[in-house]
Design a protein around this ligand. Sequence first.
Ligand code: BTN
Length: 263
Amino acid sequence: MRVGALAAAGGYRVERFDTISSTNDLAMARGRAGDAGRLWIVADAQTGGRGRLGRTWVSPPGNLFASLLLIDPAPVARAPELGFVTGVALSNALTRVAPSAAISLKWPNDALLDGAKLSGVLLEATTTPEGRLACVIGIGVNCVAHPDGLPYRATDLAAAGFVVARDDLFAALADEMARALALWDAGAGFADIRLAWLSRAAALGHRIDVAIGDRLISGVFRTIDERGRLALSTDSGDIHIDAGDVLLPSLSPPRAGGEKGNN
Ligand code: BTN
């Protein structure tokens, strides 16, 4: 398994494993142990794959599980912008390997295919032995399988008719991450990343529901603000949301189901 030429030239490295608990766990451990960063951890399968908000990420062989460790990528307050950087890179990489795929991005950092969840991103952070910021960007892409029984529609590339070699997708992703990180420029280029993200945003200008804990807020999705917050026009005024789950009409489940995972 290799990173693409652009990533290799930028000093990005990769370590591949057959089965591990979680690529995020290992990348975090590498950061705590003092790794220099620009390190990808990729696994064929995960036994303890984790999603956002404490959910499980179902991780069978054939799908892509990759985590990128970055040391001091930006001041800590800008670290959440990495989710948008990753969304832009992921949509570019998916378009490279499956040019006719209808990829869109769902706030904060899911990639959708035909409106169904294809990929998720888990951002985590820790500190190095010298007290530097270590960020881990964990990316899961459903290449050949997706779980059933989720509270919304999920899909995988093969199910949608796209035969993609996982290693080719990873090489494209590593290159596109290197490119998007350079554009972001430790936060100085967030305006460009924001525009690129918005150009692929699902449901922009449409009415959506946002689940925040056990509250559900309904409104029109106006934009992502300069801090990456979701701007929503509700019946009682405009609000900016820091964290939550966007529920798109197209992501409604075909039938009722329990929350078994997050893919
Ligand atoms: C989500 O949508 O909830 C985020 C899912 C992130 C899953 C990836 S798979 C690679 C990395 N390792 C993990 O344990 N999680 C992330």
